[in-house]
Every structure is written in structure tokens, then in C-alpha cells.
Design a protein around this ligand. Sequence first.
Ligand SMILES: NC(=O)c1ccc[n+]([C@@H]2O[C@H](COP(=O)([O-])OP(=O)(O)OC[C@H]3O[C@@H](n4cnc5c(N)ncnc54)[C@H](O)[C@@H]3O)[C@@H](O)[C@H]2O)c1
Length: 267
Amino acid sequence: MADESTLFGLRGKKALIVGGGQGMGEASARFLAHAGCDVALVDLEQERADRVAAIVTGIGPRAVTVVGDVLDDAQIPRIVAEAEEKLGGLDRMVSIVGAASWGSLLETTGDIWDQQMRLNLRYFFLMSKEVANAMIRRGTGGRIVGIASVDGQRASPMRGAYGAAKAGLISVVQTMAVEWAPHNISVNAIAPGHIVTPRLFDTPRRVEGYANSLIPLRRRGTTDDIGKAVLFLLSDLASYVNGTTLDVDGGLLSANLFPQGLPASNG
Ligand SMILES: NC(=O)c1ccc[n+]([C@@H]2O[C@H](COP(=O)([O-])OP(=O)(O)OC[C@H]3O[C@@H](n4cnc5c(N)ncnc54)[C@H](O)[C@@H]3O)[C@@H](O)[C@H]2O)c1
């Protein structure tokens, strides 16, 4: 049995965080750093990546930054190569970038559909392939995590294209998990429920009302809730977890069993 300092098996490992400049990426960086993992923070904006890099180095491990746009296919090989070179290897990746467009399916144009697939699915496939090839070249194996959504696991009214893209991510994660297992690469997804992030915020009254009526844990999630799940899935604690989707939603999906809303009390 490992002691506390080796429990996660991440000391000296090297993780690429795609969208590491704020929100869930920042939280992932902090939790990984506390487990001794070096990180490469990929972001559109140098200042955001620098701010998180300073937090990581303050905790202890090394942090490097890579500025780039993962939605631009041509930049993906350069982004991965730069991270690998600066860190001296690559053992882990978590990919955060993604967002939903708002509108019914009847309002969704082909262009919006394509934009949602690019933003939530296509780049994840291309980045994961690039990173897996780097891991295969080094023969080290590794672990990859993609951020899906509860919207990928059931109907997603007013976010239909987004839900379809996240369902696609869950599917391709399963295929990667099977195809890359012989290379000792494990691939999993996290399906967040409703998480308060710097990009998405709400009025306290609406947040409270929503949380109390729909989320069994009676609160929206935090980016730290996601960071902890990322740490688990990228660590040795998840050594036999491959191809799964971990719901981090306070019980939201299970509460679909209660179409009339949650029971008034827990009694
Ligand atoms: N907030 C929720 O309730 C919720 C629920 C389910 C799933 N999600 C998923 O969580 C993820 C969003 O997490 P977040 O809000 O913490 O992230 P975010 O949108 O704040 O982005 C994180 C970082 O990614 C960077 N970034 C954006 N586009 C980029 C690009 N093309 N190339 C490189 N870097 C880029 C941004 O500059 C930012 O610093 C998405 O995948 C979203 O679908 C969120």
C-alpha cells in the first residue's frame, strides 16, 4: 500500500491541460500540482496560462505554458510537441475546452451544428490522437481525460447540437480506451452537471432555486469538484478504470427518476 505522498502515483509525471488558464483547467492544475505532477498549461491567452503557472509553481511542481488555439488543426502538432519538449515528456492529458450554443433543434443551422462539433468533439479527437502518438513513441503509456457533460447522456433541450457532440465524445472515449489499451493508455470522460465557472454564472436567487429543486446535493458544483475528479482519473487510484464516464453532478442524472421534482425532505 502506498503512503500518502505516493498514493496518486503522479509525482514527477507530466500532464497537459488543454484550456488550463481558468475554471476547471485551473482547478485541475492545482489538484495535480498537490499530487506532485508537473503541468503544461495550453491556452489561447498567455496571461491566463501565466497566472495558473504561478499558482502551480507556488505549490511546488514545474509549470510551463503553451499558447495556441486547439480549434486550429494545424496548431495541434506544434502545441503537443512544444509541451512535450518543455516538460521533457508527456504522461497525462485533460482536455477542458468546450461550450454550448443555445437554441432548439429547429433553430439550429448546419453552421451552428458544425461549430459545436468542432468546439466540443473534433479537437478533442485530434488532440488525443496526437498525445497518444507521443505516448506510444515514448513507450510510457499514459492516461487521458475528456470533459463531456450530463447533456451527452440524455435529451438536451435547447442545447441539442452540444448534447450530440458530448455524446460523441463519450463514444470516442470508449473506442480510444479499447484501441489504445494495448499501449497502456487509459481514456475516460467526466460528465459535469451544473458547475459554477468564471464563464458561466447566475444570479444567486436563480442558482439557489435551481439547485434546491433539481440537484439532490442542493448546490451547483464548483470547479474544485471537477478538479478532484480529474485528479482521480489521471492518478493510480484509477488504475483499472478505462473507457468510463464519471458523472460529477451532485446526483442530477439520478434525479431524473423524479420527474415531479425532488422530495421535499430526505425523510
Ligand atoms: N459549467 C458547466 O456547468 C458545465 C457543465 C457540463 C460540461 N461543461 C464543460 O466544461 C468545459 C468548460 O470548462 P470551463 O468553463 O472551466 O472552461 P472555460 O470555457 O473557462 O475555458 C478554459 C480555458 O480554455 C481556454 N480556451 C478556450 N478556447 C480555447 C482554444 N480554442 N484553444 C486553447 N484554449 C482555449 C480559455 O481561454 C480558458 O482559459 C467545457 O468542455 C464544457 O462543455 C461545463
